[in-house]
Design a binder for this molecule. Structure first.
Ligand code: HEC
Length: 116
């Protein structure tokens, strides 16, 4: 089977690329969180509360309170790039208008809040 080693090589290369990508992504998220300011996040979060209520899911809109900050940054970045099933037009529009500093600050603040 002359094709096998080539295929294995391609699969290995793909696995490697995915791992490198994941590392770069989590480093980027950590860098964003390192510059985050929870007070600024609290101020910014006013614009989220109109849709995201304190309680669980309502009208298809999940609560974003008390979620891990890393998850929040990653999710908002996914909307910003309309990536990984995160293509909801409302959230994509909102995320596109947020800078890294704003995303980090929102995540830091929201992660400290308690869902009711
Ligand atoms: C106009 C309504 C609206 C506003 C305002 C809004 N969102 Fe959303 N948000 C949604 C909807 C709808 C979803 C679910 C979209 C989907 O199905 O992917 C969502 C999903 C999310 C999610 C994913 C939650 C999860 O666990 O899947 C996060 C995080 C989020 N929003 C953060 C924010 C932040 C931060 C703000 C304020 C800057 C904000 N949203 C403002 C409507 C809104």
């Amino acid at each position: 089977m002359p094709g096998r080693p080539v295929l294995a090589g391609i699969l290995l290369a793909m696995a490697h690329a995915t791992a490198v990508h994941a590392d770069t992504q989590s480093e980027a998220i950590m860098a964003i969180l390192a510059k985050a300011d929870a007070d600024y996040g609290e101020y910014l979060s006013g614009q989220c509360a109109t849709c995201h209520h304190a309680q669980g899911k309502s009208n298809g809109i999940p609560s974003v309170l008390g979620l891990p900050d890393v998850y929040l940054v990653q999710t908002i970045l996914e909307y910003k790039n309309a990536r990984a099933e995160r293509t909801n037009p409302t959230m994509v529009n909102i995320a596109k208008n947020l800078s890294d500093e704003e995303i980090g600050s929102l995540a830091k603040f929201l992660s400290t809040q308690k869902a009711e």
